[in-house]
Design a protein around this ligand. Structure first.
Ligand SMILES: O=C(O)CCC(=O)C(=O)O
Ligand SMILES: [Fe+2]
Length: 363
C-alpha cells in the first residue's frame, strides 16, 4: 500500500471509551439512518434482493461473479478454501486487541500521517459526527505495534496476522483472475501480474474493525457510507449483521440492503480501482456498517490493490468507439491522495468521460 503521507487525513483521537457509555453522546448522534433501507430475504416481483452467494468451486463461478459485480458490486463467496480456524484466529486477535484497556490501545495509536495503528475510522474527518467503532490498520508487519500492546504475547498474534495476510493474498490472486476472466481479460492481456501471473507484487493492508454494542443503535453509525479505494476488498464479518450495501431496486430507486452474515463466508466488494480497470462495468459499491444494542460486532477487511508502480486504467479490451476510456491512468498511491481530499467524489476527479453520454468527453 501507499506511502503514509498519502493516507487519509489524521484526526486527533478523541479518547471516548465506547464500551463504557450508557447513553449516546451528541457527538455520536446521527439522523436519518433508517431511511431507504430495503429488506433482504425478499423478492419483489421476481427480482431478487439478496446479495449473490457464489460457490468458488462452481464451474460457472466466473459468469456468476461477473454478473454479481455488474449488478451489485458485491457478492459473498463460499468454498473459498480459507480454513475456518484461521477466521476464528483472526477474530480472536481482534477481540483480544479491542478489549484491552483504552490506555493500552492508545500506546499503538496511529500517529499523524501514518496508516498503521489504532484509532478512529480513517474516514471520520469527512463527517460532522463520530462513528460508533474503532479500528486497527495493519500495513506490513504489525510487530512494532503488537509489542506495545502485548509485551509478552506479541509473537503469537503477529504469527496469526501474517498467516491471514498470506492466505488472503493467495485467495485475492485467484479472485483477481476470475474477475478478469469474467471481463474477457486473459493472462496475455495483463502486463503487471508478475512471475507465474500470481500478483506477487500486489499491495494490501488489513483493517480490523470493532463495533461495540450501542445504547441507541438507531441513531448511531458504525462506519459511514463509503466505497473502498481498492481493486477489491475481502471482508470477514463475525456472525452479527451490520454491513449494508447500496443497491438499485427494480422500481428505479435505491436503498440499503443488509449483507447477512453466513458462517464461514467472505464478502467481496468491488473497489474504485476495479471500477476504473473495468471501465465502469463493475461499479464500486457504496457500503456502511450499522451497530446494535446487545452484540458487539467485529470485521476484518483485506484491502487489495495493485503493485505500487502500476498505473490502473480502463483495460484496452473494454474500451472502444462506443465506450471510450472513462478514467485516466492512476496509481494506488495517487488515487489515495485524491480520495483523502475528495472522499466519495474521488472517482469523478479521475474521470474523462461520463458513462451516460459516452461519446462526450469532459476533459
Ligand atoms: O465492518 C464492515 O462490515 C465494513 C468494514 C468496511 O467497510 C471497511 O473496513 O472498509
Ligand atoms: Fe469498506
Amino acid at each position: 500500500m501507499p506511502s503514509p503521507s498519502d493516507s487519509y487525513i489524521h484526526i486527533h483521537h478523541k479518547n471516548t471509551d465506547l464500551y463504557s457509555l450508557q447513553e449516546l453522546p451528541e457527538s455520536h448522534t446521527w439522523t436519518n439512518i433508517n431511511d431507504n433501507t430495503l429488506t433482504y430475504n425478499n423478492s419483489e416481483k421476481g427480482s431478487n434482493v439478496n446479495v449473490p452467494v457464489i460457490d468458488l468451486n462452481d464451474p460457472n463461478a466466473s459468469k456468476l461473479i461477473g454478473h454479481a459485480c455488474k449488478t451489485w458490486g458485491v457478492f459473498q463467496v463460499v468454498n473459498h478454501g480459507v480454513p475456518l480456524s484461521l477466521l476464528d484466529d483472526i477474530e480472536l486477535v481482534g477481540l483480544t486487541l479491542f478489549s484491552l484497556p483504552s490506555q493500552q490501545k492508545l500506546k499503538a495509536a496511529r500517529s499523524p500521517d501514518a496508516v498503521s495503528g489504532y484509532g478512529l475510522a480513517r474516514i471520520s474527518s469527512f463527517f460532522p459526527k463520530l462513528m460508533w467503532s474503532e479500528g486497527f490498520t495493519i500495513l506490513g508487519s504489525p510487530l512494532q505495534h503488537f509489542r506495545q500492546l502485548w509485551p509478552h504475547d506479541y509473537n503469537k498474534y503477529c504469527g496469526i496476522v501474517l498467516q491471514y495476510d498470506e492466505t488472503m493474498k493467495k485467495l485475492a490472486g485467484k479472485l483477481m483472475w476470475v474477475m478478469l476472466d469474467s471481463l474477457g481479460i486473459t493472462k496475455e492481456d495483463l502486463k503487471w501480474a508478475g512471475s507465474n501471473s500470481q500478483f506477487n507484487e500486489a499491495s494490501a493492508a488489513l483493517q480490523l474493525n470493532s463495533y461495540p454494542s450501542c445504547p441507541d443503535p438507531n441513531r448511531a453509525m458504525g462506519l459511514a457510507p463509503h466505497t473502498d479505494s481498492t481493486l477489491f476488498t475481502i471482508l470477514y464479518q463475525n456472525n452479527i449483521e451490520g454491513l449494508q450495501v447500496k443497491h438499485d431496486g427494480s422500481d428505479g430507486g435505491s436503498g440499503w440492503v443488509t449483507v447477512p452474515p453466513l458462517p464461514g463466508s467472505l464478502v467481496i466488494n468491488v473497489g474504485d480501482l476495479l471500477h476504473i480497470l473495468s471501465n465502469g462495468f463493475y461499479p464500486s459499491v457504496l457500503h456502511r456498517a450499522l451497530v446494535n444494542r446487545t452484540r458487539p460486532r467485529f470485521s476484518v477487511a483485506y484491502l487489495y490493490g495493485p503493485p505500487a508502480h502500476v498505473e490502473i486504467c480502463p483495460h484496452a479490451k473494454l474500451v472502444g468507439p462506443s465506450r471510450p476510456a472513462l478514467y485516466r491512468p492512476v496509481t494506488w498511491d495517487e488515487y489515495l491522495g485524491i480520495k483523502a481530499k475528495h472522499f466519495n467524489k474521488a472517482l469523478s476527479y479521475v474521470q474523462l468521460c461520463a458513462p451516460s453520454i459516452s461519446n462526450v468527453c469532459l476533459m
